[in-house]
Unconditional design. Structure first.
Length: 286
């Protein structure tokens, strides 16, 4: 049995992404009349930190289960039970509070879908208003369900690259023809596969120069704000941040931000509770 790998700097990435998304939701749900580039342009762009969460989540799952899954060392019943136990209890409390505060027949239908954790399979998961920003959890749970197939898909680097390029095509087709966005796992699969690709190259990444990796992060961020948010720029930012975080010298992220990052998934869920009543009219799928 291989020892589970841990990259401390990724904890810092999760913290940064979580704080950024909370800032975006605060700005979207309040009437502050602050102006300027940071408030008007940067904070709204933090919504795309969800793509960083996807990439990091895929990488983290590979660290814990990739080799075990391919070597048939995983009891699938235990694997899925652990996923339910990790997400459902706290999320279920928030769902029930939401329904009690805003009771309706539609809310009961949506609560049922939420409590199964299978709502990510719905084509309109982003339209669920009961803990609406929880769509991300639905997408990640779909990823958990598909994880055995995902491991086979990226069994080697050649196969992983083919899957990645196909996922980019699927992302485009989903957008221009099927009319689905980031709440759909096929649209977002390129970010999940990017996390797996980075995992496959993790040994090579450790030998890269830290300053070159930092320059790549800065370049991707500048490019993002120059040409705007699209799949390629979001992939560049998410991948470059993750690659920098798993380099040999984890740096500031590792030593100072880890205490704030655990458990980041629960903080992501909890902050939704703070805003769900004031965010009923917002579409978080965009």
């Amino acid at each position: 049995m291989m020892k589970k790998e841990h990259y401390g700097a990724i904890d810092g990435l999760r913290t940064i992404a979580c704080i950024g998304i909370v800032m975006m939701h605060l700005a979207a749900n309040t009437g502050y009349s602050i102006t300027g580039f940071f408030y008007n342009s940067m904070i709204p762009s933090f919504t795309n930190f969800v793509y960083l969460f996807m990439t990091v989540s895929a990488f983290g799952m590979c660290c814990g289960y990739y080799h075990k899954m391919l070597n048939n060392q995983i009891n699938l019943s235990d694997f899925y039970t652990k996923r339910f136990k990790k997400i459902l209890p706290f999320f279920a409390i928030l769902v029930l509070i939401d329904v009690l505060l805003s009771p309706s027949l539609n809310g009961i239908y949506e609560a049922f879908a939420d409590l199964t954790l299978l709502f990510g399979f719905l084509p309109n998961a982003g339209n669920i208003s009961v803990i609406g920003v929880g769509w991300f959890l639905g997408l990640i749970f779909v990823f958990y369900i598909c994880f055995p197939f995902y491991c086979v898909l990226i069994k080697n680097k050649k196969r992983a690259w083919i899957a990645f390029f196909l996922s980019l095509i699927f992302n485009f087709v989903c957008s221009v023809y099927f009319g689905v966005g980031r709440t759909n796992v096929l649209y977002s699969s390129c970010y999940l596969i990017a996390g797996g690709l980075i995992y496959l190259y993790r040994t090579n990444i450790r030998s890269l120069n830290q300053w070159i990796l930092l320059a790549a992060v800065l370049f991707s961020v500048v490019l993002y704000y120059l040409i705007g948010a699209n799949t390629l720029t979001c992939l560049l930012v998410s991948s470059s941040l993750l690659i920098y975080a798993i380099s040999n010298r984890g740096g500031y992220f590792k030593t100072n931000l880890r205490p704030l990052s655990v458990p980041s998934a629960w903080k992501y869920i909890f902050h939704t509770w703070l805003f769900f009543e004031s965010s009923k009219n917002l579409d978080y799928s965009k």
